[in-house]
Ligand binder design. Structure first.
Ligand SMILES: Nc1nc2c(ncn2[C@@H]2O[C@H](COP(=O)(O)OP(=O)(O)OP(=O)(O)O)[C@@H](O)[C@H]2O)c(=O)[nH]1
Length: 200
């Protein structure tokens, strides 16, 4: 089994704040998820897309899966992705994160905890652009069985290492690498930023 060869992209949410399915979000005529895949391919041999619309990813050469545990939110997606991952640790990103930073991801690999690595933003857990160990599958199942769904709260209970926000920001001072586009306002602000400064 490879140590860090897998990246999982979550693309199975409701997108209720955005008002249209975020997995089809386009930036400058290109599907954002395809740009994310292209970046991740620099560093990962295996890409897993966890989606409720698998027909849109056929023929790209990546692993595709649906949630096994339905309607559980991002944790359900992480669970399905880890279940078919062929690596000990997998990076998990959301399909609405335009500023994924590969240099920072390499840094995270060097600071792996027993069950993964995340970034602490202030006092809060950033659950995306985080590494999770394949051996937390059972922990996710037990946690979801109790009716809870918060990825952040589960992360706090696991044996994961974390990196402070200030360190993470050194890798990308001008672009928020944890930005996720939840609303039309987020999207418009992002489009304004790339119009001024160019795409990264
Ligand atoms: N596979 C899978 N991914 C999910 C699920 N829920 C959310 N995600 C993904 O997790 C990431 C973060 O999701 P959110 O933006 O918090 O949730 P969302 O349901 O997509 O959007 P809102 O309805 O606006 O909260 C996105 O990449 C979503 O596609 C789910 O049930 N299954």
């Amino acid at each position: 089994m490879k140590e860090f060869g897998t990246a999982i992209i979550l693309a199975g949410g409701k997108s209720s704040r955005m008002g249209f399915d975020k997995q089809f979000l386009k930036i400058e005529e290109r599907r954002l998820i395809d740009s994310i895949i292209n970046k991740l391919k620099q560093e990962f041999q295996e890409i897993i897309i966890v989606t409720n619309k698998p027909e849109h990813y056929i023929g790209l050469g990546h692993k595709i899966t649906k949630d096994i545990l339905k309607d559980k939110g991002p944790l359900g997606g992480i669970h399905a992705g880890l279940s078919i991952s062929s690596s000990k640790y997998a990076l998990v990103v959301a399909c609405d994160m335009p500023n994924v930073n590969i240099e920072y991801i390499k840094h995270m690999k060097e600071h792996m905890g027993e069950q993964g690595c995340y970034t602490k933003i202030g006092e809060l857990v950033e659950p995306f652009c985080s590494f999770y160990s394949k051996d937390i599958i059972k922990d996710i199942e037990r946690y979801l069985e109790t009716g809870r769904r918060s990825t952040c709260r589960l992360v706090e209970r696991l044996h994961m290492n974390y990196i402070e926000e200030s360190k993470a920001r050194e890798f990308s001072p001008n672009w928020d690498m944890f930005l996720n586009l939840n609303t039309k306002e987020d999207l418009n602000n992002y489009l304004e930023q790339i119009a001024k400064e160019g795409c990264i």
